[in-house]
Design a protein around this ligand. Structure first.
Ligand SMILES: [Zn+2]
Length: 186
């Protein structure tokens, strides 16, 4: 509002056809309203997943990171760099990636606990008894480590806490994971 007022003052001050200022300001106000609407509204074509919205701007209130390693029978699976950032939507889900190195970004407009299952849902990949992303394995063959310790609960329930170091070993051969430390200030 202040911005618009200042603009109108400038126009009048310059004497630049004050009569034309009315429609010009109305157009500006309209553009402003459209932009503001877009910033807060959920993006068409990118529906909420598990209650996680895809917003035009990255959530600034809550911003933490985790690391995910996925091994398909010992071979590293690349976590894509565009998880949660649909090209057509041009928006950011509150869980997303920016790089193909397994770094997960939680960037949300509110403090809230997110889970690994939700990350896989946003990714559009399964995480269940016989599948983890593109990896397939026999029931019971998924070994999970969180922060270097074996985790035997439901992997979907793993909380995405700050600097959680999550390793999914989908089928043998198994190996004790090397702790992830390369947060690069993230
Ligand atoms: Zn981030």
């Amino acid at each position: 509002m202040r911005f618009l007022k200042r603009r109108s003052n400038v126009l009048i001050h310059r004497g630049a056809r004050p009569r034309a200022a009315g429609p010009a300001i109305a157009a500006l106000a309209f553009a402003f309203a459209v932009l503001a609407g877009r910033a807060s509204a959920q993006t068409a074509g990118a529906p909420a997943i598990d209650g996680i919205r895809c917003d035009q701007m990255e959530g600034a209130v809550f911003h933490i990171h985790q690391h995910l390693t996925l091994l398909d029978h010992g071979k590293a699976v690349t976590i894509p760099s565009d998880v949660g950032r649909p090209l057509l939507g041009g928006c950011f889900y509150w869980l997303h990636t920016h790089t193909p190195d397994g770094l997960i970004h939680v960037e949300s407009p509110a403090f809230r606990t997110f889970t690994l299952g939700q990350f896989f849902d946003v990714w559009g990949q399964p995480l269940g008894p016989t599948a983890a992303g593109p990896a397939r394995f026999k029931k019971g063959a998924l070994r999970v480590y969180v922060d270097g310790s074996r985790y035997t609960g439901d992997p979907r329930a793993i909380e995405l806490n700050q600097h959680a170091d999550i390793v999914l070993e989908a089928g043998p051969p198994y190996s004790k994971p090397v702790p992830f430390t390369d947060w690069q200030g993230q």
